[in-house]
Each structure stands twice: as C-alpha cells, then as structure tokens.
Write a protein that binds this ligand. Structure first.
Ligand code: SAM
Length: 248
C-alpha cells in the first residue's frame, strides 16, 4: 500500500524484528535511513535487497523531495533509524509532519525501543513516566534541566552516552538526593545486558568502581518524587507516622 512507513528495527539482538517489518522493508519502493552504511548491514542480515537513501531532519531537501515524488506517484517509502524506533531521539519528525501535511498516509510498524524495553524491566512504577531523551551535554545546563525535574512525580527516563554516565549520576545525586531509587539499564538485548536498581548513591558507587559499567548503550531511569516517598525505609516511615499523630 502507498504511504510512508515508520519501521522499528532491533536495539541489539537481531532477532527482535517483526515479520511485518521485514515484509514492509522488502516491499517498499525506497528505504530512507539515518546512516545508509549501518542500515545496509542490517538489511543484508535479513536478505532485504532494496534501495537506500540517507535521511536526516537537518539534511538538504533532496531526500525529502525524492520521498515526496514517490508518494505522489502512489509509491511507498520506509523510514528506519540506526536502532529502535525512528523519531524516538532519532530523525523523522520533520518528514512525518510534512508528509501528513501533504495528505500522505504515515503508518507505524511498531517494534523495539530502548525506553520501553528499559521501563519493562526497571521495577519502578511505569503507570506514568516522563521520557527526557538525552540531557544537555554542558554540565551547567544539564544540572539546570535536572533541577526542573526534581519535583516530577512520574518515573523519569533518560538516554545517556557512556562517557557521560558517571558525571550525570553525580549530578543526579546532587539534585535528587542519594536516597532516590534509580535504574541503570545497559546494553539491553546484547551480550553484556545489565539492569541494576539501587539508590542513586548506590548507582554512583556501582558505576565508579567498575569501568565496564561506563561502556555501551545506556538508559537511566529515576524514580519520581512521589514514588521515592513510598520507598522510605521502615524506621523513617514509623517516625513520620509518629510525628503525624502529634500534629494538631
Ligand atoms: N530510536 C532509538 C530507540 O527507539 O530506542 C534510540 C536512538 S538514540 C540515538 C540511542 C540511545 O538509545 C543510546 O545512546 C542509548 O541511550 C539508547 N539505547 C539504544 N539501544 C540501547 C540498548 N540496547 N541498551 C540500552 N540503551 C540503548
């Protein structure tokens, strides 16, 4: 069927692709990819032989023009990113908006995304979460962003680069306090998959004492402000109840 397909691809384990995703990638007239060399290897793995062009939200309009022409002629195009779901901290926003504005069908072919995979095993409340993507790289700006989140009740989810993880955890410890629960989800679906839930103080120790924990791809999840109240240790909770009884 004609239209633009937004196709999710694996975040590590190559088994994590849907049969519909493979079918769509084989059937479309053109595949637009964030990095064509990277995606070529992926497509080879599934024996998908199709035309690839690069697409970035900030690239010149040529790729977008080509996609438009194909859709106008009743063709079909798939958008993929290097890993996971396009548009989730990845290119595609401008393309989706523009194609919808021109009246073309845009259809999702859902599949892996690191944010959802990490949430599903984090052991923190997931009924309400706030996905923040990547924090700003500059330490001052990053700390300001964290401060703006300090009172957020929803579970917080971040993507982080390995070379910044130690500094980011330190900043989180300063802003949220060492008691706040957090989860490091690293290399999900890959050989060195690690899911570690601890207090922020505990996670700082865990990461600073083992350089291997500062490698690979990382999702960082932090309990919301309210959720952390429910994890008070028993003695503190007793004390708070006793104090509450004394209140007028
Ligand atoms: N679109 C992707 C998605 O749906 O998850 C995310 C793309 S973003 C440019 C890449 C970031 O996602 C990494 O820096 C890391 O924070 C996270 N990520 C991707 N794959 C991961 C994995 N296997 N384990 C942990 N985090 C991962």
């Amino acid at each position: 069927e004609s239209g633009l397909y937004i196709v999710a691809t694996p975040i590590g384990n190559l088994g994590d692709i849907s049969s519909r995703a493979i079918e769509v990638l084989r059937g479309v007239d053109l595949i637009a990819a964030e990095d064509t060399r990277h995606s070529q290897r992926l497509l080879q793995h599934y024996a998908i032989d199709n035309r690839l062009i690069p697409y970035h939200d900030h690239s010149d309009g040529r790729s977008q023009d080509r996609i438009c022409e194909l859709l106008a002629a009743g063709g079909s195009v798939a958008l993929i990113s290097d890993a996971g779901t396009p548009l989730i901290s990845d290119p595609g926003y401008r393309l989706v908006r523009d194609m919808q504005a021109r009246g073309y069908m845009v259809r999702p072919v859902p599949g892996p995304s690191a944010v959802i995979a990490a949430l599903s095993v984090c052991g923190l409340p997931t009924d309400s979460f706030r996905f923040e993507g990547f924090l700003p790289a500059k330490p001052g700006t990053r700390e300001n962003s964290l401060r703006a989140l300090a009172d957020e009740a929803a579970t917080l989810v971040f993507y982080e680069a390995p070379h910044r993880i130690a500094d980011t955890l330190q900043a989180m410890l300063r802003v949220f306090g060492g008691e706040r629960e957090a989860v490091l989800a690293r290399e999900i679906t890959k050989t060195f998959e690690t899911v570690r839930r601890a207090s922020l103080a505990g996670l700082v120790d865990f990461v600073s004492s083992d350089a291997n924990q500062q490698k690979g791809e990382i999702v960082l999840i932090v309990a919301g402000q309210v959720a952390s109240d429910t994890t008070l240790d028993a003695a503190t909770a007793r004390l708070l109840r006793a104090l509450a009884r004394e209140l007028p």
